[in-house]
Design a protein around this ligand. Structure first.
Ligand SMILES: *Cc1c(COP(=O)(O)O)cnc(C)c1O
Length: 408
């Protein structure tokens, strides 16, 4: 028999979303026929836009021809497509803020996060926002960088948790933080929806520069920012090129959750303590563990990043943001305290003194609406529940009506 990997054993009772799925199925088994509405897992619901679909179909067909076929991306034609794609991301997404040669394309921000964890290895110290998107913690646990789980701390021994609560406007108090090698930072934040201002990101960048840390900046929701004064990329901040990596994805803004396309930006200036560039190691890891994003998907992404694609993407974002507005309005009408910045697809509802999983169960069993319990994102998420704006409009409207009828 083979010994189970100790680090995997350390993963808590199961990933948050499978546990929600389990509770959902258990409820449905006892209450057959009830129509649940899911505002839980942040899964997109609206169809891909026509321009993207056309590109996917056209390229799939061309792969069936001698002239159109491409294989691994060392093939010249494949390389040309990839260069055009990175150039479009550089120009149309970043306005030239980062170079095409600093962008590495992938199958999504979450897998990139896992591969970044492989890049840095387990001999690093790590800070995470609390609450946080689960892969920052769970991926670090898997590679063995976290130490043991500590019941009293409600977290892992070696991890530094940066509490993000209403008291600090959901932004960590850097003055209380020790130095760590890596700092995971997500803005707009999943799950709290908080967005850091330029001044706040500048403080974070200065903190990282002073400590010689690297920020792993998750910008998966940057396209949901409406307020023009708010930064969409960490590279809008002076000094960020010396201390930051940014991950991003078409999953949420363009509905690529199933199609799979993301990218990571590693600036040329970013160096390890021996002076070697992080970008070369990143390319090495990507080449070794991953053979690049699907060529079909790259064509979908090329379409998503052109003029028509970006316009269609904005339409999808506007749709979800109207959903978010309706949820916020409903929670306000129901007298439920909630936080929404108008710049993210998540509403963070507060039930002080209550247990997140109890509130989750009540909304599930009495309202037949699936949410996400805040405690699943970290100890500081206790007492909160996350509402996701990803859903068909009619479901959102119905879910809001159901939640409004509940008494807490
Ligand atoms: C959904 C999400 C991602 C996207 O992951 P993909 O692998 O690109 O689908 C990344 N970060 C956060 C915070 C997310 O919520």
């Amino acid at each position: 028999m083979v010994k189970r990997n100790k680090n995997i054993e350390k993963l808590k009772a199961g990933y948050l979303f499978p546990e929600i799925g389990r509770r959902k199925r258990e409820f449905l088994a006892k209450n057959p026929g009830i129509k649940l509405i899911s505002l839980g897992i942040g899964n997109t619901t609206e169809p891909l836009t026509p321009h993207v679909v056309d590109a996917l179909v056209k390229y799939s067909k061309s792969l069936g021809t001698k002239e159109g076929y491409t294989g691994y991306d060392d093939d010249q034609k494949a390389q040309d497509f990839l260069l055009e794609l990175k150039t479009r991301i550089s120009k149309n997404w970043y306005n030239g803020l980062v170079g095409a040669d600093e962008i590495v394309c992938s199958d999504g921000a979450k897998p990139d996060c896992g591969r970044l964890q492989v890049l840095f290895g387990n001999d690093v110290t790590i800070a995470v926002q609390d609450p946080a998107y689960p892969v920052y913690v769970d991926g670090s646990v898997i590679i063995g960088a976290t130490g043991e789980y500590n019941e009293k701390k409600q977290g892992f021994d070696k991890l530094i948790y940066m509490p993000c609560t209403p008291e600090n406007n959901f932004l960590p108090d850097l003055s209380k933080l020790p130095r760590t090698d890596l700092i995971y930072f997500c803005s707009p934040n999943n799950p709290t929806g908080a967005v850091a201002t330029k001044e706040q990101l500048k403080e974070l960048v200065d903190f990282a520069l002073k400590n010689k840390s690297i920020i792993i900046f998750d910008a998966a929701y940057s396209a949901f920012i409406n307020d023009k004064k708010l930064p969409k990329s960490i590279f809008e901040i002076k000094g960020a090129r010396e201390c930051s990596i940014e991950i991003n994805s078409l999953s949420k803004p363009a509905g690529f959750t199933g199609v799979r396309f993301g990218w990571t930006v590693v600036p040329k200036e970013l160096k390890f303590d021996d002076g070697s560039p992080v970008l070369s190691d990143w390319k090495r890891i990507m080449g070794t563990l991953f053979n690049g994003s699907s060529n079909i998907v790259q064509q979908g992404a090329l379409a998503a990043f052109d003029k028509i694609g970006i316009k269609e993407m904005q339409g999808m974002i506007d749709y979800y943001m109207e959903n978010a507005r309706l949820i916020k309005q409903g929670l306000d009408a129901a007298g439920i305290k909630s936080y929404w910045t108008g710049n993210s697809p998540y509403i963070w509802a507060h039930f002080p003194g209550k247990d997140s999983w109890d509130v989750f169960s009540k909304i599930l069993e009495e309202g037949h609406v699936v949410t996400t319990p805040g405690a699943g994102f970290g100890p500081a998420g206790q007492g909160f529940v996350r509402f996701s704006a990803f859903g068909h409009r009619e479901d959102i409207v119905e879910a809001v009506e159901r939640v409004k009828k509940l008494k807490f």
